[in-house]
Write a protein that binds this ligand. Structure first.
Ligand SMILES: C[S@@+](CC[C@H](N)C(=O)[O-])C[C@H]1O[C@@H](n2cnc3c(N)ncnc32)[C@H](O)[C@@H]1O
Length: 315
C-alpha cells in the first residue's frame, strides 16, 4: 500500500489529494474544538489557493476520452472547478467524491449482475422465438439509471455519469430529482461536461417532489437509487420509492433523525440512540423487501452524519 501513495505516481497523488482534503477539514475541526464542518465551507477555488499542494491549472483542461480512469476524471473535474471558481465548497466536493468512491463498486456491481440477467433472458427469448438460432445479433446496451433523490446541486449523482462513460453493453444515465433546481446545478454540469463531454446527454434534472415522481420500470433498464442527506423522514420516502421502482441497489446517507425513530422499540432507542434505532428500522424494511443490507461510512471529518445504508437486491 505504501507504494500506492507514492507522490510521484498519478494514483498516489490522487490518494494524497483526497487525504489532504480530509486532513485539512479535520485540522480545522480540531482547531475549533468541535466536530462540525459547518465552519469549513470554503469554495473549492479558495481551498486550492490556501493549500500548499494543490495548484490551479493555468488553462482549461482538455476534454478527457472515455477510456480515462476514475482518478484522472475526478482530479480533472476538481481542477476545472477550481479554475472556474465553481459554486461548490471543498466540503461538498469531498462529501460527494467519498460517497461515490465508497459506493460505486457495490452499486454498479449489482447493476452489472442485473444486466447479465437481462441479457441472458433476452438470449433465451431469441432462441425460443427465432427460427434461425444460428443468427447472432448483439443485445442492445442496457441503461443503468442512477436516481439521485433530493439531489440539491446534484454533484453526487453526476459523478456516476461522469466516471462511467458509455460502454458497448451499458449506458449510465443520471436522473436528479429535487423540488427545486439550484442555480449552481447548471454551472457544475457545464464544467463537468467540458472535461467529460459524454455527460451532456446522460444527466437530466427533474424538478418534482418524491411524491410526484413517476418512474416507469422497464425490462431493458435497471435502476440504482442514491440519496445523500435527505432530511429526516425524506430518507424513508426515498427508500419506499426505491423499493417501488424495483431498484437493484440503494445507497442512502441519512441526515437529521428528528422524528425518524417512531415505531422503533424503546430498548433499541435507549441502548443505541435515535439514529441507530431509525436506521435499524430502515434496514428491516429493506431486508423484508428482498435486499441484502450493509453499512458504509465516509470520513467523519467531512460530515458527522456519515453512515451510508447500502442495499443490494438478492438475485
Ligand atoms: C439537505 S439537502 C441535500 C442535498 C444533496 N443531496 C446534498 O447532499 O448536498 C435536501 C434536499 O431535499 C430537497 N427536498 C425537500 N423535500 C423534498 C421532496 N418532497 N421531494 C424531493 N426533494 C425534496 C430539498 O430541496 C433539498 O435540496
Amino acid at each position: 500500500m505504501l507504494d500506492a501513495i507514492h507522490p510521484t505516481s498519478r494514483r498516489g497523488r490522487i490518494i494524497l489529494l483526497r487525504t489532504r482534503i480530509v486532513l485539512t477539514l479535520k485540522d480545522l475541526s480540531y482547531s475549533q474544538k468541535k466536530y462540525s464542518t459547518s465552519d469549513n465551507r470554503t469554495r473549492i477555488k479558495n481551498f486550492y489557493q490556501e493549500s500548499d499542494h494543490l495548484v490551479i491549472p493555468q488553462r482549461q483542461p482538455h476534454p478527457l476520452t472515455p477510456s480515462a480512469n476514475t482518478d484522472l476524471i475526478l482530479k480533472t473535474i476538481m481542477d476545472n472547478f477550481a479554475l472556474n471558481d465553481a459554486p461548490i465548497d471543498a466540503k461538498e466536493m469531498a462529501e460527494s467524491m467519498e460517497v461515490y468512491l465508497r459506493t460505486r463498486k457495490r452499486l454498479l456491481g449489482i447493476a452489472n449482475k442485473r444486466i447479465a440477467k437481462i441479457s441472458k433472458d433476452s438470449d433465451e427469448n431469441k432462441k425460443i422465438y427465432s427460427n434461425d438460432s444460428s443468427e447472432k445479433k448483439d443485445n442492445p446496451a442496457v441503461n443503468v439509471h442512477v436516481y439521485d433523490l433530493c439531489a440539491g446541486h446534484g454533484f453526487t449523482g453526476m459523478l456516476f455519469a461522469a466516471c462511467n462513460p458509455p460502454l458497448k453493453g451499458r449506458i449510465v444515465k443520471t436522473f436528479l430529482v429535487d423540488i427545486e433546481e439550484p442555480p449552481s446545478h447548471t454551472i457544475l454540469k457545464e464544467l463537468i461536461a467540458e472535461v467529460c463531454p459524454w455527460i451532456k446527454d446522460n444527466v437530466q434534472f427533474n424538478v418534482c417532489s418524491l411524491e410526484e415522481l413517476n418512474t416507469e420500470v422497464t425490462k431493458d433498464s435497471c435502476s440504482i437509487v442514491i440519496a445523500t442527506h435527505a432530511c429526516g423522514k425524506l430518507t424513508d420516502q426515498v427508500l419506499n420509492e426505491a423499493v417501488r421502482m424495483d431498484a437493484c441497489a440503494i445507497a442512502a446517507m441519512p441526515c437529521c433523525y428528528t422524528g425518524t425513530d417512531k415505531g422503533t422499540p424503546y430498548g433499541i432507542k435507549r441502548a443505541l440512540g435515535v439514529a441507530w434505532a431509525a436506521d435499524i428500522r430502515r434496514t428491516q424494511f429493506l431486508d423484508s423487501n428482498k435486499y441484502h443490507v450493509d453499512y458504509s461510512t465516509i470520513p467523519v471529518e467531512i460530515t458527522p452524519l456519515n453512515r451510508i445504508i447500502m442495499a443490494e437486491e438478492r438475485l
